[in-house]
Design a protein around this ligand. Structure first.
Ligand code: FAD
Length: 481
């Protein structure tokens, strides 16, 4: 008989958190530290959502989205997690761009980008300064309609090479494009420019293991293999409000729900469109889902080693950067993340992960046979591209595997297998959820600026605090501290 994953749960929780991505985990931790009784439900066998890892034969551990994040992660992890987690965050120095327009190495911070733009791209220093100052001054509440493409053109007219240097990394970090509002670019790029790119030393398995230990220490009841099927709400004094969830076929009562599922999943699959105002449903229907990803994982045989060729390589054979080329099935644009033994101190192993942006629809329509063939092609094309940097790498690889938007959909349940939540308009819908159904909150990748590891963690904190205020207003005092 299948194990009851909900055995021993309480009759009532202050908050049920649906999903254990970085947003859900962080919100659960903040709420538990505020004294709330929290139940965290995750359908997958492990925690972390897209911040995940997997093990394969031959002793390989592959990280899925540990490629790089801004320095702000140190402060957020220290404040909302532990000093031990914050102290393991280290800079990633070897970033390279190799494409038909330029071949450069950078530490990806403001000083080095200024050097590159002035010396390599010939831009006057004053113009570069003005560009950075304008970026820094950007504000979400300004409602500036300028797109990222228009913004680049304002500062560097006709310079497709500069647009590529500035845009490519952010397109991989949060799925944004030159057609999105400039603010979605500006905030994330500025975050990176402050001090460059950082990573977690120890790997995602260690990070998420430490987060799980901290959650348990703070009293969070964590259950894996539990799929939330529905959010329950009732009418009280003419207003709809959350009263529970149905998970693994069982009803669980609670005062509030924080959903870390995609915002569209939350509205249309979990809460039910009929429970919202028709105007809000129309607004939610108009929210565009962000792009998805493909990845190719290469495991290097035990005993083999690789020379240091960089940590993160943005590579492409496309003559110029283009948003459509970036997500096309036959794109030549991909990043290589190289994991040397010091990624996991004490280990002597190397892995390489190629990441590509992708369109869900291109992969969803394939038959099983076509799908398998396309995955083989993906692996081979990535391998050929990698041989440019490591000519003998093929003979050192003993594990290859491809993941696609279908893989992401399967493991996260996300609407159209999105890797980066929704486009800009998703943030407003996410924030307005509790005005529609009291006690229903959403945290997770939305609106691009709230995407990526740092954005989702910080959004999780904001939403957890709002949710706590709601419970206070309802007269539900926290149990402790
Ligand atoms: C290939 C790739 C590379 C990336 N690279 C980077 C990078 O280098 N830097 C960076 O900062 N960001 C990167 N990102 C983005 C980053 O990983 C995400 O923005 C972030 O991890 C998303 O966190 P989240 O809180 O939105 O939740 P998610 O990670 O999306 O997790 C949501 C969780 O909810 C669970 N769930 C959903 N529905 C249910 C349900 N009904 N019942 C139970 N559980 C449910 C899912 O199983 C999942 O665990 C990358 C993403 C991808 C895919």
């Amino acid at each position: 008989m299948a194990r009851d994953r909900l055995a021993g749960i309480e009759n009532y929780y202050d908050v049920v958190v649906i999903g254990s991505g970085l947003g859900g985990l962080t919100a659960a931790n903040v709420l538990a530290k505020q004294g709330r009784k929290v139940l965290l439900l995750e359908h997958h066998s492990q925690l972390g959502g897209l911040a995940t890892w997997f093990r394969r034969k031959g002793g390989h551990i592959f990280d899925v989205s540990l490629h790089g994040f801004p320095v702000g992660m140190i402060k957020s992890c220290r404040k909302y997690w532990t000093a031990e987690i914050a102290d393991a965050i280290v800079p990633l120095k070897g970033i390279r761009f190799v494409n038909p327009q330029f071949d450069v190495a950078t530490t990806f911070d403001r000083t080095d980008f200024t050097r590159l733009l002035v010396e390599k791209f010939g831009v006057p220093a004053a113009r570069v300064e003005e560009f950075f100052a304008t970026l820094r001054a950007m504000n979400y509440y300004d409602h500036n309609p300028e797109t990222t493409g228009e913004f680049f053109n304002r500062f560097f007219p006709g310079r497709t090479d500069i647009a590529r240097l500035l845009m490519e990394p952010i397109a991989y970090a949060n799925g944004s494009s030159t057609e999105d509002p400039a603010i979605t670019y500006g905030i994330v790029f500025s975050n990176f420019m402050s001090k460059g790119v950082y990573t977690f030393r120890g790997g995602t398995d260690v990070l998420v293991g430490k987060m799980a230990a901290e959650l348990k220490c703070n009293g969070v009841d964590i259950r894996n293999h539990v799929m939330v099927e529905r959010v329950l709400s009732e009418n009280v004094d003419g207003r709809r409000r959350v009263c529970g969830v149905v998970a693994n076929g069982r009803e669980i009562r609670c005062g509030a729900v924080l959903s870390n599922a995609n915002v569209l999943n939350t509205i249309f699959r979990l809460a039910g469109a009929a429970n919202f105002d028709p105007a809000f449903v129309r607004e939610a229907q108009a929210v565009r889902v962000n792009s998805s990803s493909c990845q190719v994982y290469f495991g290097i045989r035990k005993g083999e080693s690789l020379p240091h060729i960089g940590d993160l390589i943005f590579t492409s054979a496309a003559p110029e950067f283009s948003t459509t080329e970036l997500v096309a099935p036959h794109t030549t644009s991909r990043t290589f993340s190289l994991y040397y033994p010091d990624t996991r101190p004490g280990s002597d192993r190397y892995t390489i992960v190629a990441s590509l942006n992708a369109c869900y629809a291109d992969w969803a329509k394939l038959t099983q046979a076509e799908y398998e063939e396309e995955k083989r092609r993906l692996v081979e094309e990535a391998l050929v591209a990698l041989e440019r940097f490591l000519p003998d790498v093929r003979s050192k690889i003993d594990w290859t595997e491809a993941a696609t938007p279908r893989t992401i959909e399967r493991y996260t349940q996300h609407w159209e297998g999105t890797s980066f939540g929704t486009k800009f308009e998703g943030l407003k819908v996410s924030m307005e959820l509790p005005n529609q159904i009291a006690g229903l909150h959403h945290a997770g990748s939305v609106g691009i600026i709230m995407s990526g590891w740092l954005g989702t963690i910080n959004y999780g904190v904001i939403v957890a605090n709002n949710l706590d205020k709601y419970l206070h207003a309802r007269g539900e005092a926290a149990a402790a501290g």
